[in-house]
Design a protein around this ligand. Structure first.
Ligand code: WTA
Length: 632
């Protein structure tokens, strides 16, 4: 039977067992899936060498576990409920049997277009069931999907396609998100000018707007599936074959293509979904994330399907047509499990409470939070106003790299505490280390968060760059996986994530590298050098503050700010636009030329009373000048 922990005592016992006998623990979990051939070695490799593997020798296809396995038992159960951008547009539900058929058809289409096991396929689509079908069809034929968030620019899309040499792009004509229209096909066309690896583009109709067409390259989704057979024999994969690539920002350089594998990722997302959310047979689960991020991969696509859950795919935004949208959907479908970001909560808290009170939210049983630290005020509002004080909040800490949830309450099992991700899941061994890499024992302590022992869902590499993988995660603290997060462990042994300790920003739950934004701004002809820092923002969690030196100064700062916004939107995405900019005569640099970001962070946060030691600066007088300057 599947492991399903349902009391705190049981959690403690299972946790202990999982640390004492990790291999047995994961063997038991893995044993609950359908494998074409059982694995030979449960776990090999180490953090020290950066060569961790799980279930080697095992043969499987994840879509057989998401779909085929359910046909005889819950074939007629709803897999997905699709809720469109506008509440009056066409909505639909898809059963497991229909989803299986759709995936098989599209898998046949992909194969007929020459896509083979191991090929990379980029997906740049609206949040519709077709996005899920496209990804699952890739998995079914063993192609590696690379979903790119549909808010990224042509240039960002191109970079991601080039990095993994994708052979095909699947997109929509366009999408609507709230009032906005995003011309996905036009953006794709622009991106593909620099992507010779892409030979075929499949376009799924969504907005019916006019688009350009490249004969011989572009084909309509609806025409292709029309005659495609609805049966498809899934391709047998090795447990360690790549399942997908997902790009995420790091502290340096370009986004990294995290590689997740078929076997370990399957076991881990399924196990975490089941135990964290405790979803039961008749429940309706809704995760509001976008499929372009890891939360969408693990907890809209794979985790729920592996467990035979019914879940909602939502195309819209929390405030369209009005700020009651999320609650309206909860009432409409009787949502029992609701999983969203602190940013959404903070934004909705500011609205009239009537937007909440108008709807019957009594179906809710479990509330989830993900992507960024949740402040206590937001936690309480979520708990009291949305959950009516009755629903446990699972504050789930994890990362693109971890594949699934790592530290979190188990709903209704773990006693919660506002702002705390609480305790590690069984199988996960967190530790705190000091600057020298020494483990900090005991409780009531703070340090950098590392993981001591491998788990099946962890990233197996950065696409095409093994060195960078080892360097990023395993070099700072040899023998550990380094998360990049700071963390406090309180007197009860509960974990509270305090935020990134590296140069990664978390803006509205979106992960952005300071270097990426700086490079984009540096492209402006007037800019000599830019330095980006985060600062506390009451809705976004973290805002983006750009300091920059410019040639000959700037006479119209408001206009200039707009130019910077346009540039960043074009190179990265509107989500990376600086909230504030300040033009300075000089950046605070050490004698070795390194920017002292600590100083900029203090200025950005308005904490300038104590600037600490500035004696190592090449020119300490720049600090006063920056404090006296004006931000726009
Ligand atoms: C942050 C998102 C506090 C953290 C799943 C992490 C969190 C980064 C939480 C990963 C949480 C995620 N509490 N911080 N519950 N969840 N984070 O890769 O800094 O987009 O390192 O994965 O988000 O972001 P990513």
């Amino acid at each position: 039977m599947w492991l399903n922990i349902d009391s705190f005592e049981e959690y403690k016992d299972v946790y202990k067992e999982s640390v004492e006998n990790p291999e047995e623990f994961w063997e038991h979990e893995a044993g609950t899936f359908y494998w074409r051939k059982r694995w030979e070695e449960t776990h090999s490799g180490s953090f020290k060498n950066g060569d961790v593997k799980w279930f080697e020798g095992g043969k499987l296809n994840i879509t057989e576990n998401c779909l085929d396995r359910h046909l005889n038992t819950i074939g007629n159960k709803t897999a997905f409920i699709f809720e469109p951008n506008h509440p009056d547009s066409f909505r639909r539900t898809i059963t497991y049997r229909q989803l299986h058929e759709d995936v098989c058809r599209f898998a046949n289409v992909l194969e007929s277009k020459g896509i083979e096991k191991g090929d990379r396929v980029a997906i740049y689509m609206a949040m519709t069931p077709e996005l899920m079908i496209a990804a699952l069809a890739c998995a079914r034929i063993g192609a590696v999907h690379s979903i790119v968030f549909a808010g990224f620019s042509a240039q960002s899309l191109a970079e991601r396609i080039q990095d993994c040499d994708a052979k095909m792009l699947i997109t929509n004509d366009g999408l609507r998100r709230g009032e906005k229209h995003v011309p996905l096909k036009d953006i794709s066309d622009e991106a593909l000018e620099d992507c010779p690896s892409v030979k075929k583009v499949i376009v799924c109709q969504r907005t019916n707007r006019d688009i350009d067409w490249v004969e011989g390259r572009d084909e309509w989704w609806h025409l292709l599936i029309r005659n495609a057979p609805k049966e498809h024999e899934a391709v047998e994969m090795d447990a360690e074959d790549p399942l997908f690539i997902l790009y995420t920002s790091g502290s340096t350089g370009k986004p990294k293509g995290q590689v997740h594998t078929c076997g370990g990722y399957m076991v881990y997302t399924s196990y975490t979904f089941r135990n964290v959310f405790q979803v039961e047979e008749e429940d309706v689960y809704w995760c509001t994330a976008d499929a372009g991020w890891i939360t969408g991969h693990s907890y809209i696509l794979y985790g729920p399907l592996l467990n035979g859950a019914s879940s909602i795919i939502f195309e819209g935004t929390p405030t369209y047509p009005d700020a009651g949208r999320l609650w309206e959907v909860c009432e409409k479908y009787g949502v029992t499990h609701f999983y969203t970001s602190p940013t959404a909560i903070r934004a909705l808290m500011k609205e009239d409470i009537e937007y909440v009170n108008k709807y019957d939210l009594s179906s809710l049983k479990v509330l989830g939070s993900v992507g960024e630290p949740i402040n206590e005020e937001a936690w309480h509002w979520y708990h009291d106003k949305i959950g009516n004080g009755q629903c446990p909040i699972v504050d789930t800490w994890w990362q693109t790299e971890t594949g699934g949830i790592m530290i979190s309450p188990l709903a209704g099992v773990t006693p919660t505490k506002p702002g705390f991700a609480t305790l590690p899941l069984p199988g996960i061994q967190p530790a705190l280390v000091d600057k020298n890499g020494k483990e900090i024992d005991g409780n009531g302590v703070q340090g950098n968060l590392v993981i001591k022992y491998p788990w099946p869902g962890m990233t197996r590499g950065i696409w095409g760059n093994e060195e960078r993988y080892k360097e990023t995660y395993f070099a700072d603290y040899p023998g550990y996986y380094f998360t990049g997060d700071g963390c406090r462990r309180d007197e009860d042994g509960y974990y509270r994530i305090t935020g990134r300790v590296d140069d990664v920003l978390n803006v509205s739950g979106h992960r952005l590298g300071t270097a990426e934004i700086e490079n984009a701004i540096d492209e402006h002809p007037k800019v000599i050098e830019a330095a980006i820092v985060g600062y506390p923002h009451d809705v976004k969690g973290e805002g983006i503050f750009a300091f920059m030196t410019c040639d000959n100064g700037v006479s119209e700062p408001e206009d200039f700010k707009k130019e910077i916004h346009d540039l960043v939107s074009k190179i990265i995405s509107p989500i990376a636009k600086p909230d504030k900019i300040q033009i300075v005569d000089g950046l605070p640099k050490t004698r070795s030329g390194k920017i002292m970001r600590r100083i900029l962070r203090n200025v950005a946060a308005g904490e300038t009373d104590d600037m600490g030691d500035t004696s190592t600066l090449l020119d300490p007088s720049v600090v006063d000048e920056i404090i006296a300057g004006k931000a726009y």
